[in-house]
Design a protein around this ligand. Structure first.
Ligand SMILES: [Cu+2]
Length: 182
């Protein structure tokens, strides 16, 4: 997870010409990007949403199977499309709105193309801390909103080992388990 904050905070057409061109590919390309995040059984019937620079969400396609997908965010390095379930969307909206996620609604998000993260500690970082690089996550699934039920993993690692499951944003309401699948 990593993208919405950037979209609302720092989209800059002048500094991202290549990314803007990619966006110019149109809705069909955005849907292809979004679908690449999950197995076809999930992504083909999923609703597809594209976060807009003003923080709103544009619906590119209505869904039929209860899942949703979002295309790569061109403002971050590397592809980072994602698909998730309904509970994961509630969790993401809580994160965006800085509110408490609903209790008892564990969800999951596929990111089979991997994706970058600004920080493993701060849910609202808009860039990596001074002297650090982006955390480039390999293809993974994220388990979100699991409350205090996953105590087997270290929760406050600045530089996690991304080859094994680890907790991102541990100790915050937005902590989630990152589970690499490759
Ligand atoms: Cu992720």
């Amino acid at each position: 997870m990593k993208k919405f904050v950037i979209l609302t905070a720092s989209v800059c057409a002048m500094c991202l010409p290549a990314a803007q061109l990619a966006r110019a590919g149109g809705d069909a390309d955005l849907i292809i990007s979004a679908e690449s995040a999950a197995p076809a059984g999930v992504s083909k019937g999923a609703a597809v949403y594209a976060p807009q620079a003003d923080g709103s969400m544009k619906t590119l396609r209505e869904g039929s199977n209860g899942f949703w997908c979002m295309p790569d965010d061109p403002a971050t390095p590397g592809p980072d499309p994602m698909c998730g379930d309904a509970n994961a969307m509630e969790w993401a909206m809580a994160w965006i709105g800085k509110t408490e996620p609903p209790k008892g609604k564990t969800g999951f998000i596929y990111m089979l193309m991997g994706g970058p993260a600004q920080s493993n500690l701060d849910p609202f970082a808009i860039k990596p801390p001074e002297g650090s690089d982006w955390i480039m996550d390999r293809p993974h699934v994220m388990i979100v909103n699991f409350g205090d039920t996953l105590s087997a993993y270290p929760t406050k690692e600045e530089k996690p080992d991304t080859t094994r499951p680890y907790v991102m944003w541990g100790g915050t309401p937005y902590q989630h388990l990152m589970v690499p699948v490759q």
